[in-house]
Design a protein around this ligand. Sequence first.
Ligand SMILES: [Zn+2]
Length: 245
Amino acid sequence: MNETLSMLLELQQIDDALRDLSQLRSQLEEMRKENQQALAALDEILSIRGAKLAEVRGLCEAKEADIKESEANIARSRQRLNTLTHQREQQAATRELETAKRTTQQRNEDLVKLLEQLEASESEHRRRQKDRESLLAEMQATEADLVRRIAEREAGVTELTGRRSALSGKLPRDLTSKYERISKARQGVAVVPIAAPTCTACRMSVAPQTFIRLQRMETLETCTYCNRFLIYRPTDGEPEVGLSE
Ligand SMILES: [Zn+2]
């Protein structure tokens, strides 16, 4: 292949690799932000539910205290009953005792219901806390994977940027500036390798006579529509310059 063409192609491959790295970095930043937000939302729910749980626990304790109180009433009524000799007083004390017994029974039933509610809420809360832990672990693993991929690419950056300036220096200056101009205007893509008469960047057709010239790989051709450099590359399987995966 014409040396200029091959240098332009390599320049583009280097820029692709560098762009890929910068996209991965933004992806990581975005991912961390989203993960933090998701965790914060989850923690808020957990904290609200935690407060509700504490409330139910408080209700249970209050109910237990009430039960102790009515049990004390029963004991008192029984003692009093033993000391009374008049029938009317005894009847009144018996009624008091019956009332205290009913109250105690009702309070015990209430406590059982509250304890059931508490147990269900506590198990739900534990499940949610466990879900949060798994989610966090999953998030950390995904982040670590991305960090690793970025680090791998970063290891090759110095070599790539060095190679890039060497290429820029070797190419004619007007060509380098044209490359930079197109690259800036066209989202970092100035060179388009094609195997068929279509510019794969803008999807427009390439004129047959241009395609024939492209196939000879002796002249520098550009897309009539998007102005990018076109380079004929019949096979896609050739190894490319880049930061390894
Ligand atoms: Zn084009």
